[in-house]
Design a binder for this molecule. Structure first.
Ligand code: CUA
Length: 364
């Protein structure tokens, strides 16, 4: 090979490599890494991208050089010289890809095993997915539940994920991990958050009409803030589950708008918000604007159409949504699992809240 062609090839390779590097580096392709695992995954991505740029530069240079140097003359109709196999070349282009693929496999395997390695004091969080919401519960803290995934910074956290109905998938872009939640299985994700902040958490498996609304947040806090949040939740969970349950049963049977049902209705609002009802339903009292299911401000009218007493109607619609379907809405979209996933108290609170707010908006 002449020195001139080597210089030309090198120059072309540098140009192609430079352009490809700029495309890879200048736009922000990846979200900030907010966990130790994400940083490792990003390392694998950049490792592979660097190899790709290197190969791209060689291929692009050879192609451009060939196009310019061996361009066919206008009056040339020959087939060109016959070329037979070249053993040295074939060994080279078998060995190099083998080495590259093996290197990527080894790097990925190391990253996967380190990412799955739990620390001694791993925090366990249970994730329950259902159409169309996530519920996070903390077994170390009396199983307090939250509609938002709260995490302490710097601590190893393992998510144990279950689905009540169909396949969902959890994805926090800044954690760079994605895992399906499959009915009948418990799937896991290990995260060690490294950055305080609020990040989107979304379902990334088409799971029904409300899929696009199945979103929550991952909130990473300083360990002290996380501990005090968890303590506060434990305290709230304690008295409300025993204290207000008795008032709720009496309040729903008695007439409306006395002072006692307020606390039950407030607890009901919490149940409403933490079970994703707002994704599908409109309800002024909860500032909910969902359009998939019936408008809960019209419950009084719906109960009349169904020829049922309001409270029984509301309760039945939550526990057994297929029993009566309001005309204009489709059957089978409302999850049938609330009868099991809500405790009796939560259900009582929710019914009390819905009955009360429906009567209020009905009176307007
Ligand atoms: Cu759950 Cu999409």
């Amino acid at each position: 090979m002449r020195r001139g062609s080597v210089v030309a090839l090198l120059g072309l390779a540098l140009i192609a490599g430079g352009v490809a590097t700029a495309v890879a580096v200048v736009p922000t392709w990846l979200p900030v890494a907010a966990s130790r695992e994400a940083s490792r995954i990003h390392f694998v991505i950049w490792f592979v991208v660097a190899i790709c740029i290197f190969i791209f530069a060689i291929v692009a240079a050879v192609m451009a050089y060939a196009v310019m140097k061996f361009r066919v003359r206008e009056d040339d109709f020959e087939d060109g010289p016959p070329v037979h196999g070249h053993t040295g070349l074939e060994i080279t282009w078998t060995v190099i890809p083998f080495v590259i693929v093996t290197a990527i496999a080894i790097v990925s395997a190391i990253v996967l095993s380190r990412n799955d390695a739990q620390a001694q004091d791993t925090l366990r969080i249970n994730v329950l997915a259902q159409q169309f919401e996530f519920t996070f519960s903390y077994p170390d803290a009396k199983n307090v539940t939250s509609p938002v995934l709260n995490l302490p910074k710097g601590r190893s956290v393992e998510l144990y994920m279950r689905s009540l109905d169909v396949i969902h998938s959890v994805f926090v872009p800044q954690f760079s991990q994605k895992e399906d939640i499959v009915p009948g299985l418990v799937t896991q994700i290990h995260v060690t958050p490294t950055r305080v902040g609020t990040f989107p958490l979304e379902c990334t498996e088409l799971c029904g009409l409300g899929h696009s609304l199945m979103r929550s947040q991952a909130v990473v806090m300083e360990p002290a803030a996380f501990d005090s949040w968890l303590k506060k939740q434990e305290k709230n969970a304690g008295p409300s589950s025993t204290g207000t349950s008795t008032t709720s049963t009496t309040s729903t049977t008695s007439t409306t708008s006395s002072t006692t049902p307020l606390s039950s209705a407030q607890a009901g609002l919490t149940v409403f918000n933490s079970n994703g009802c707002a994704s599908c339903h409109t309800l002024t009292a909860a500032k909910a604007t969902g359009k998939i299911g019936p408008d809960l401000d019209n419950l009084v009218a719906y109960a009349k159409t169904a020829k049922q007493p309001l409270e029984g109607f509301v309760r039945q619609s939550i526990v057994d949504p297929g029993a009566y379907v309001q005309p204009g809405y489709s059957n089978g979209i409302m999850p049938t699992t609330f009868g099991q996933s809500l405790t009796k108290e939560q259900l009582d609170h929710l019914v009390a809240f819905l009955v009360q707010s429906a009567q209020k908006s009905g009176n307007k």
